[in-house]
Ligand binder design. Sequence first.
Ligand code: ATP
Length: 127
Amino acid sequence: MQENRKFSFVNRLKSFKHAFNGLRLFFVNEHNGRVHLFAAVIVIGLSFYLELSSHEWIAILFAISAVIVTEIINSSIEQLADMVSPGFHPKIKIVKDLAAAAVLFAAFLAVAIGLIIFLPKLFRIIG
Ligand SMILES: Nc1ncnc2c1ncn2[C@@H]1O[C@H](COP(=O)(O)OP(=O)(O)OP(=O)(O)O)[C@@H](O)[C@H]1O
């Protein structure tokens, strides 16, 4: 808690540094992080190729962000859970399964958005 501390610009910059370190850990150390980064690069490349409208870009960036944000939180919860309870614990199973469910839900959303935007354009190119 930092209730009575004076505002410090330096401390705010340090918070950014920690957050960027978290991003580096996610994309470098976490296998799922690398998979999501790869998928995001492919989807963004395809989006440029298909010249999406600004609304379509917003939906695609929202979908990519939803998956990455939930996966970062999921990875963070996994790290904490593994430290608190290295052995099997039924409560940890619930905690990890719930965190994984958040990623799954975001992934369903991303697939739905991807199909809605890309399928008609790809069919137009093929046919
Ligand atoms: N300590 C534990 N106690 C109970 N169940 C666990 C425990 N650790 C993992 N599990 C079960 O195994 C599943 C997978 O957990 P794990 O931590 O290996 O995640 P993961 O999705 O395989 O992540 P990653 O691929 O990043 O390693 C969890 O969703 C949970 O059901």
